[in-house]
Design a protein around this ligand. Structure first.
Ligand code: TTJ
Length: 639
């Protein structure tokens, strides 16, 4: 067995990494799959920094068959020589919290929020981590276990394990299964993130490989058109109103790049990035862009006499009606705030983005009047709808506000203490009926929903609000809804701590869940950001052995495990739907907080969600079914 190697500086170092292991959430956000994937991003970001410094053009990201991950670049290599503290610099990178910056001569560190926490955090949270550095004809190697160095240094230098041409860094690590809930990386999310990184770094190639599958999958991400290509691809299956418009500029040491395009749709999708990292909560770069853009369009509309003297200005939401945009800035010292520390907070970013946007777009629109008129056309459409809706909204919602039990089929709970209350949105009247008799009426409310609710992604807001079931739901939650047209959403008024979607474990059930999530995502995103939305996981089977206790099985894996574990005969009941369970079964399996299983809904990022929605709501039905089904069985359990 290899022994842990200590040196003079390692005592405090190990204390630092021990703190990471004690409180992993503080460093990587969570120990769920999201936190797990962050380990890969953390390492990849270092290689991207080397690319930004001008020394690396290819990064390989491999999910190995044994469950570990390998990230390899062709940069200059982490310095392996002696550092002033008497150990190799590489050692410091992997054992000192926030060491990254010291060895990093790139102007823009990818640090901030959950990112840039340092390779040492990945090291601390890995069962093992191996580092190989190619340099000067040799390969140097170091190895750690749970953050502890396992290789003895000679005069502070790493051992040579081979010879090779070129330079580069290769990291291989296995996440620690005593820290993470699960240690299987989610390839879809990683691929999406790598693709995003490729769009933001047009000269970079990222080769993703998944060797865990029977047939290894390899995808190459290289996007020479940068964020222009990003916008084009996001809009590829929608009718567009104009070409992609691109602008860039620099001021006060902050560089700004933006691209946008209009679609024939009723919503906007504006994404912000700072130092190549997606900011899911937006922030000052987006505020700056939006403010400048609204101003520009209103001034042009007045100048062109499209807005007359008596007309009010277009709102921000009006001018962004149908817009897809990416704003990507490089900031020397980014700060973040917000629920998930992903909201850019630097005030200078707002100022600079606003100035670059104004300067560049005025220049552009002066020369492209036709495009400008098309864009103003989108704003006019939005303004018209907004005005009709403002009337409709006051009529509808004011009449129905707080008309609880009489409102649709809501069976409300007795308690008014929101922190204890739960509302189940149940697919189908019959399941709704069983749920009503099964629930604990003290704190559980039931709202049955019939069939498929409106596809909100395609419908405009008046149709969405006219839908009886959606109205009932909005009224029941009690916090209104937010849309570009004025933000009336107030989460402090939420009447239920948990909103639980309860649908059958089949394709239709998954479809209903997706539609509901899209609705929440578009009109009440705080519900998801603040962790109020859950999906109930009803069992698929009940195993009834000849002797011994009955057991509910929640998926096919559980059934397989049961078959292995359980000797002797048993009968198996398969539940095709919630409707097949009687009230006491429903209580035990799905409603009772002591025994049920809930999946907490998280928004991984706006782009993924909008991509999924796009795919789900698009016209190609067959791939859509396949997608929903795959993901219907792919839930993370959260008891
Ligand atoms: C630092 O300054 C001297 C030349 O090399 C610079 C450096 O750190 N380069 C570097 C680090 N290239 N690649 C990395 C790196 C790559 C991976 C995959 C992971 C980590 C932690 C660093």
């Amino acid at each position: 067995m290899a022994k842990t190697v200590y040196d003079a500086s390692s005592i405090t170092v190990l204390e630092g990494l021990e703190a990471v292991r004690r409180r992993p959430g503080m460093y990587i956000g969570s120990v769920s799959t999201r936190g797990l994937n962050h380990l890969i991003y953390e390492i990849v970001d270092n290689a991207v920094d080397e690319h930004l410094a001008g020394f690396c053009d290819t990064i390989h990201v491999t999910l190995e068959a044994d469950g570990s991950a390998t990230i390899q670049d062709n940069g200059r290599g982490i310095p392996v020589g002696m550092h002033e503290k008497g150990v190799s610099a590489e050692r410091l990178v992997f054992t000192t919290l926030h060491a990254g910056g010291k060895f990093d001569d790139s102007a823009y560190k990818t640090s901030g929020g959950l990112h840039g926490v340092g390779s040492s955090v990945v090291n601390a949270l890995s069962t093992y981590l191996t580092v190989q550095v190619k340099n000067g004809g040799f390969i140097y190697e170091d190895r750690y276990e749970r953050g502890n160095p396992m290789v003895e240094l000679k005069d502070g230098l790493l051992p040579v394990v081979g010879k090779a041409k070129g330079t580069g860094t290769k990291i291989n690590f296995l996440p620690d299964d005593t820290i993470f809930d699960k240690i299987r990386f989610k390839e879809d999310e990683i691929k999406s993130r790598m693709h995003e990184t490729a769009y933001l770094n047009p000269a970079l190639t990222i080769i993703f490989e998944d060797k865990r599958k029977e047939e290894a999958e390899q995808v190459t991400y290289h996007e020479p058109d940068g964020i222009i290509g990003f916008i084009r691809d996001m809009n590829k299956s929608t009718e567009t109103v104009c070409d992609v418009i691109y602008f860039k500029g620099e001021n006060e040491g902050i560089s700004v790049e933006g691209a946008f395009q209009y679609m024939n749709e009723f919503h906007e999708n504006v994404l912000g990035f700072c130092n190549n990292i997606y900011n899911s909560e937006g922030g000052t770069h987006l505020t700056g862009f939006k403010a400048a853009f609204t101003n520009i369009i209103n001034s042009y509309a007045r100048e062109l006499n499209i807005l007359k003297e008596k007309d009010t200005n277009f709102t921000g939401a009006d001018v962004r009606n149908g817009m897809t945009a990416v704003i990507s800035i490089k900031h020397p010292d980014p700060r973040f705030e917000g629920q998930t520390k992903t909201k850019l907070d630097n005030q200078d970013a707002s100022k600079v983005v606003s100035k670059v946007t104004s300067d560049e777009l005025v220049r552009y629109f002066d020369r492209n009047l036709e495009t400008l008129k098309n864009i103003i056309g989108c704003a006019e459409k939005a303004a018209k709808i907004r005005k009709t809706e403002e009337k409709a909204k006051t009529n509808m919602l004011s009449k129905q506000k707080f008309s609880f039990d009489s409102n649709g089929k809501l069976a409300n709970c007795e308690s008014k203490d929101a922190s204890k209350c739960e509302i189940f949105i149940v697919e189908g009247d019959s399941a709704g009926g069983s749920a009503k008799s099964a629930r604990n009426r003290a704190f559980q409310a039931i709202l049955p929903i019939r069939g498929k609710i409106l596809n909100v992604e395609k419908a405009s807001i008046d149709k969405v609000l006219a839908n009886a079931e959606i109205k009932t739901m909005i009224n029941a939650f009690g916090c209104g809804f937010s849309e570009g047209y004025g933000n009336d959403f107030d989460i402090s008024k939420l009447r239920y701590d948990k909103i639980i979607i309860m649908a059958d474990a089949d394709v239709d059930g998954a479809h209903i869940s997706t539609l509901l999530l899209t609705l929440f995502y578009r009109f009440m995103p705080e519900l998801i950001y603040e962790g109020h939305v859950y999906i109930a996981m009803p069992p698929l089977y009940k195993a009834m052995p000849a002797r011994g206790k009955e057991e509910y099985l929640y998926d096919d894996n559980a059934l397989e495990r049961y078959r292995k574990r359980h000797k002797g005969p048993f009968t198996l009941q398969r539940y095709k739907g919630l409707g097949e369970m009687d009230a006491s079964q429903l209580w035990e399996t799905t409603l009772n907080p002591e025994t049920r299983i809930l999946k907490l809904v998280e928004i991984e990022d706006a782009r993924m969600a909008s991509e999924v929605t796009e795919m789900l709501m698009g016209s190609d039905v067959p791939p859509r079914k396949a997608f929903i089904y795959e993901h219907a069985t792919d839930a993370e359990l959260d008891v």
